[in-house]
Write a protein of this length. Structure first.
Length: 87
């Protein structure tokens, strides 16, 4: 998945889904790509229009960051222990 910038180019879409409040440039993900990795955060309306539930996605991302941080700390400890064995 890659984040991308995009222009809202359909005034009808903005009006129907966002009360006309969305215009100009936004940043986000392609829902079809997100669905391949995190299907639980993609929703479809009655017309089949897909959207990403970014609030849920951000919670998942934060959990992944915390897990990565824990792994980094563990690897740093392991490196330090190995350095002590070499010295």
């Amino acid at each position: 998945m890659k984040g991308l910038y995009f222009e809202w180019n359909d005034d009808e879409f903005s009006t129907n889904y966002f009360n006309g409040s969305i215009k100009g440039t936004s940043i986000g993900f392609v829902a079809q790509e997100v669905e391949e990795v995190l299907p639980d955060v993609v929703e479809r309306d009655a017309q089949g229009v897909m959207g990403v539930e970014y609030d849920i996605m951000s919670v998942i991302a934060l959990g992944a960051l915390q897990e990565q941080h824990t792994r980094i700390l563990m690897l740093k400890d392991r490196i330090n222990n190995l350095k002590e064995l070499v010295d």
